[in-house]
Design a binder for this molecule. Structure first.
Ligand SMILES: Cc1ncc(COP(=O)(O)O)c(C=O)c1O
Length: 393
């Protein structure tokens, strides 16, 4: 019997995201510079490497499973971070779980809250894995378009998306893929809607520390009146440049977190212990290296915007957070069918990896997402190639 028909409905309706697919296409082409996947170029800082190496040498527990919800010291440090940065009085033992990246925290939330018939509101353009996770939970994503002119959050669009079946809304802020940092007033209106309708808010704060122009991002995790409906998801990947270590954490009130921990146990048992040690060293060790990384990302943001502005046929909205910009090439009529063809041609002909905007929803069509996680030399080389390719069209 044919394999496809024997697979679960769940797996048949999801796909590997374009963010992972484009680098695979580029690997076959060779010689590409990447503005693709969101990976900060920084290597793991020395003090973090030292802490992990020391623990692996000296502590027999370092290579074994940790407690299922995570190492107590890391849960305490994570709770302290939430208290200090978001005013969230997190109880380390009852309300914080260490997860395999933010991604597994999101999945635990989704599989705990969402089932067949449930709708989840997703501001759009969206982070594709949010939608894949909703589908995995057999829920239905309902898009609430961002305002197209500046990618700001539109509370009216969120209100219009609410139905009696709405179970949750997912908020990625600062926003992937647009780099937008949203107005506190708009976020508060969304929180009000959630409270009025009893909708859970999955607050994906993966990029919380990465904002520019001295403007911090407001987090819904800091709102006391939302706590009974909140799942906060946080990551060590981007702010501490630990993408490969796969460690993050989740916050929810105890009864909800206990349910999420059942999924965590079935899916992962615990986050990798050496990665938890790296996360603890990142949180509790010297912070200057991370402050410098953020400053470097701001310089890269300035550079890529300058380079895009200098290209006569490349529109964009200046990002104020994360490390992405949606670029809108103004190509001759019929030059490419859609953003996917554009991204594939950019790989084959310009040797630049970008992510097709259509992969982030209908509002992303006509764009490619560029990451400025790479260093200045990479950004300059990729922009030289992009400029030459668009000029030659
Ligand atoms: C919006 C968003 N959420 C979650 C994640 C997952 O991050 P992690 O590496 O913590 O699993 C990413 C990664 O790119 C992301 O962009």
């Amino acid at each position: 019997m044919e394999l496809e028909s024997r697979l679960s409905r769940r797996v048949r309706q999801i796909k590997i995201s374009a963010t992972k697919e484009m680098p695979m296409i580029a690997a076959r082409v060779g010689g590409c510079v990447s503005l693709g996947q969101g990976i900060p170029s920084f290597k793991t800082p020395e003090h973090v490497v030292d802490a992990v190496a020391r623990a692996l040498r000296d502590d027999p527990a370092a290579g074994k499973y940790s407690l299922q919800p995570g190492m107590p010291a890391l849960r305490r440090a994570a709770a302290e971070l939430l208290r200090a940065e978001k005013g969230l009085p997190a109880d380390a033992e009852r309300e914080v779980a260490i997860t395999v990246g933010g991604m597994e925290g999101l999945l635990c939330a989704m599989l705990t809250l969402v089932g067949p018939g449930d709708e989840v509101i997703v501001p759009e353009p969206f982070y594709p894995s949010h939608v894949e996770q909703i589908l995995m939970a057999e829920g239905t994503p309902v898009f609430a378009p961002l305002r197209r002119e500046d990618w700001s959050l539109d509370p009216d669009a969120v209100a219009a998306a609410i139905t009696p079946r709405t179970k949750a809304i997912i908020i990625s802020h600062p926003h992937n893929p647009t780099g937008a940092v949203w107005a506190k007033a708009d976020l508060l209106k969304v929180a009000e809607l959630a409270i009025r309708h009893g909708i859970f808010v999955i607050c994906d704060d993966t990029y919380d520390a990465l904002t520019y122009d001295n403007e911090p991002a407001f987090s819904l995790a800091s709102l006391p009146e939302l706590r009974h409906l909140l799942v906060g998801v946080f990551s060590f990947s981007k702010r501490f440049a630990l993408t490969g270590w796969r460690v993050g954490f989740a916050w929810a009130q105890e009864p909800l977190l206990n349910q999420m921990l059942k999924i965590h146990d079935a899916a992962a048992i615990c986050a990798p212990t050496p990665a938890q040690i790296a996360a603890l060293a990142s949180l509790t060790g010297p912070q200057d290296v991370f402050v410098a990384m953020r400053a470097e990302l701001e310089k890269r943001r300035n550079l890529i915007c300058e380079r895009l502005s200098a290209m006569p046929r490349m529109g964009h909205v200046r990002p104020r957070g994360a490390f992405y910009v949606m670029a809108r090439p103004d190509l001759p009529q019929g030059a490419v069918a859609d953003s996917r063809e554009l991204a594939i041609r950019l790989i084959r002909e310009a040797h630049v990896i970008t992510i097709p905007g259509g992969a982030f929803g209908p509002g992303g069509e006509g764009h490619v997402r560029l990451s400025f996680g790479g260093d200045e030399a990479e950004i300059n080389e990729a922009c030289d190639r992009l400029a030459a390719w668009t000029k030659a069209l």
